[in-house]
Ligand binder design. Structure first.
Ligand code: CAA
Length: 263
């Protein structure tokens, strides 16, 4: 891989988009390497992923403008599909993905962060969908996910005006869950990922599926999705051990960390 690095720490994986000369902008090669990296994650071992950008200035400064500048209509649509397919893969990835946003998250950068389950950022982060200034629409999910994540009115204002916002405003509108000094961002992301990784993996995966799939349908259908995924947890080793430990009268055992299984 030239532009994506992959590291693991216990059950946590860190995927880093590493093209600092272009502020980690997403060209076709970066998108392909990202897809291959996610495809290769060993889901028997890894329970949470942190996605970040290399350097201390930019998470991802968008799709590659040079590459897009000569595209035909058909090629533009295909490029949009390429980005959308990999971002949807991240969104529906079986385990949680945390975006650790360490600087610019513009265009495709804001969009990839929105395909993650959780966004936290550094104080120098900046978010925006500047596409209309370039003569295009957001093309990697921005028109859809921003309106769902913040509010349609706020999303429309940001997108129509191509208005970038700083970390504190991203926090205020609920685009990110927390803001950290830059040097504290990765430790915080890894700590959160490790906390998630300590919990029962089947239950965590089923929560992600229930929340994501439930948001796409009406409440009557959504609660049926929840019921099925709730039921699916029973008879697993984790459910038996998790509840068994709680019911143990022995305080030591009751408090001990359950070595959760993936089955
Ligand atoms: N595509 C290609 N190259 C990019 C890039 C991008 N999106 N963003 C930055 N770069 C490159 C610059 O061309 C520059 O390269 P050179 O050194 O070879 O000239 C290098 O990264 C450093 O960038 P700057 O010199 O511009 O750095 P700066 O600190 O002055 O400005 C910035 C930083 C404000 C992020 C500025 O680079 C910028 O505005 N970038 C473009 C942001 C943008 O419009 N993103 C949206 C892209 S469209 C999109 O993403 C469509 C979609 O939805 C799919």
């Amino acid at each position: 891989m030239e532009f994506v690095t992959y590291e693991t720490e216990g059950a946590v994986a860190v995927v880093t988009i590493n093209r600092p000369k272009a502020l980690n902008a997403l060209n076709s090669q970066v998108l392909e390497e990202l897809e291959a990296t996610f495809d290769a994650i060993n889901l028997d071992e890894i329970r949470a992923v942190v996605l970040t950008g290399a350097g201390d200035k930019s998470f991802v400064a968008g799709a590659d403008i040079g590459e897009m500048s000569t595209l035909t209509k058909a090629e533009g649509e295909a490029f949009g599909k390429k980005g959308n397919d990999i971002f949807r893969k991240i969104e529906t990835f079986p385990i949680p993905v945390i975006a650790a946003i360490n600087g610019f998250a513009l265009g495709g950068g804001c969009e990839i962060s929105m395909s993650c389950d959780i966004r936290i950022c550094s104080e120098n982060a900046m978010f925006g969908q500047p596409e209309v200034g370039l003569g295009i629409t957001p093309g990697f999910g921005g028109t859809q996910r921003l309106a769902r994540l913040v509010s349609p009115g706020m999303a429309k204002q940001m997108i129509y005006a191509a208005r970038n916002i700083k970390a504190d405003e991203a926090y205020r509108i609920g685009l990110v869950n927390a803001v950290y000094p830059l040097e504290e961002l990765m430790p915080a992301a890894k700590k959160l990922a490790a906390t998630i990784a300590q919990n029962a993996p089947i239950a965590v995966r089923n929560c992600k599926k229930a929340i994501n799939e439930g948001l796409e349908v009406d409440m009557d259908q959504a609660i049926v999705i929840e019921e099925k995924l709730f039921g699916d947890c029973f008879e697993t080793e984790d459910q038996k051990a998790g509840m068994g430990n709680f019911l143990e009268k022995d305080k030591e055992k009751k408090l001990k960390v359950v070595p959760f299984q993936n089955k």
